[in-house]
Design a protein around this ligand. Structure first.
Ligand code: ADP
Ligand code: ASP
Ligand code: MG
Length: 438
């Protein structure tokens, strides 16, 4: 059972989560937690502020003290953790520099604090529970601070938890590298942690408890009438996550797929609603579209070279430039004279552009939006691109780039940032509202 930050927003939410867990003791749950809502963002700010010597740690300590006070519990470890955080920030101030390693260390406190609060709440209400830091029960990663990859478990987690008969409450999002440094696995990474634990412990189900009724046909923040999807396949859910559907972390399906463990997305605040179950496959008359996903802050890079494009190895040189700068390419579209690509992370884009400019003309456009129509049915139907373009044209959205996935589980489009909401609503209306829907 993984509870996200919104599920642990305040004392009432934490208390409610404890009852959800207590009601399911017969299924021997292992609990994975995120930091309370907003805490990871606050820690990122604290880490940056520490460089100049003015991090607001008091505010964060008051927030946690407020939650525990409202819960009527005392969490002894909290003062040690805040002491450690203050020492760490003093160190950052002293060297006036924030390394990626120190930033991960600072950010790790959110999950370490919330896990202890939830375990103490369970104990206070009569459930045997204990908080564990993931790295203390064998969760190891590489050294890529900020987006570390988890290393194969090899039985360490099951061994570490074998003597404990109560409910383990484990930190999501964090691990340690081979030198003992704390790492984080990327924003929103607790979903992945949950799937990783599910895989390691051969769980019968991986439950992602969040603040909506499961995976919906679009982000309800844009389409208030978006409907819950009762079932979807792993590859549809993976497309949705990759295309920006924040409800699931992009890599979180992998550990579930490896052992065919169903993933269920559930609403903490409405536990009676059935949620969404994500499974390897199922038989049904295919709906054309399962959902509309979107992503913001997308960068589009176009590479032009009239002389080179027809030459063997041109694409390889382009991708090599991105590989050298550790940038992964998302969508690709090629024409006679140019190649356009969207990128996920652009930290080292300048380096990649310098390399590309040695043999081509490069244009970079930032802050665009990407939309994706996800669904297995796309592969069985002709005319889906037409159904995508007509409503967008009517809504006055101009499409900058389009890509049809080779497995045909998605149609992806790039649009201007101001058009994202409008485009999501237009596509949702086309595929899910009215008589032509489905
Ligand atoms: P948590 O704190 O539980 O990890 P997140 O904020 O990371 O929660 O993810 C849940 C949010 O994802 C929802 O509140 C919703 O706004 C957003 N979201 C985006 N796309 C979808 C979608 N297709 N279905 C459901 N939620 C979505
Ligand atoms: N607390 C982390 C974040 O805010 C991880 C997570 O919530 O999944 O990104
Ligand atoms: Mg999340």
């Amino acid at each position: 059972m993984k509870f996200g930050g919104t599920s642990l927003r305040d004392a009432a939410a934490v208390r409610h989560v404890a009852t959800l867990i207590a009601d399911r003791l017969g299924q021997r749950p292992i609990v994975v937690v995120s930091a309370h809502a907003g805490v990871t963002d606050a820690l990122v700010r604290i880490a940056t502020e520490a460089v100049d010597g003015s991090p607001d740690i008091d505010g964060l300590e008051e927030l946690h003290a407020g939650i525990t006070a409202d819960l009527g519990i005392e969490v002894e470890d909290h003062s040690d953790l805040f002491g450690e955080l203050r020492d760490l920030c003093q160190g950052i101030t002293l060297v006036s520099e924030l390394s990626r390693r120190s930033k991960d260390y600072v950010v790790s406190f959110g999950e370490r604090l919330s896990a202890r609060t939830l375990a103490a709440t369970l104990r206070a209400t009569g459930t045997d529970a204990r908080a564990f830091d993931a790295f203390d029960i064998g969760v190891h990663s590489d050294r890529a601070f900020g987006r570390a990859r988890l290393l194969p478990d090899e039985g360490r987690i099951a061994a570490a938890l074998s003597d404990f008969t109560g409910v383990p409450v484990v930190t999501g999002f964090i691990a340690k590298d081979d030198r003992g440094n704390i790492t984080t696995i990327g924003r929103n990474g607790s979903d992945l942690s949950a799937a990783f634990f599910g895989n390691a412990l051969d769980a019968s189900e991986i439950q992602i408890w969040t603040d909506v009724d499961g995976v919906l046909t679009a982000d309800p923040k844009i389409v208030p009438g978006a409907q819950p999807i009762s079932r979807m396949t792993y590859d549809e859910a993976a497309e949705l996550a990759n295309a920006g559907g924040k409800v699931l972390h992009p890599a979180s399906l992998r550990p579930a797929v490896d052992k065919s463990i169903p993933v269920r997305v559930l609403n903490t605040h409405r536990s009676e609603s059935p949620g969404t179950v994500i499974v390897p496959e199922f038989d049904e008359p295919a709906a054309v579209a399962r959902c509309i996903a979107h992503k913001r802050h997308v960068t589009l890079v176009s590479v032009e070279s009239s002389s080179m494009l027809a030459q063997a190895g041109f694409l390889a040189r382009i991708f090599a430039a991105f590989e050298h700068s550790n940038i992964s390419v998302d969508l690709v579209s090629t024409s006679e004279v140019s190649v356009s690509m969207t990128l996920d992370n652009t930290e080292r884009l300048d380096e990649a552009v310098r390399e590309l400019e040695q043999f081509s003309h490069v244009t970079v456009e930032r802050e665009l939006g990407m939309l994706c129509v996800v669904g297995h049915g796309i592969r069985h139907r002709m005319g889906v691109p037409a159904r995508v373009f007509a409503p967008l044209r009517d809504a006055g959205v101009s499409v900058r780039m389009i890509s049809l996935g080779a497995l045909k589980v998605n149609v992806s489009l790039v649009v201007g940032s101001d058009d994202v909401d409008k485009a999501v609503r237009a596509l949702h209306a086309e595929f899910f509202e009215g008589s032509a829907s489905g």
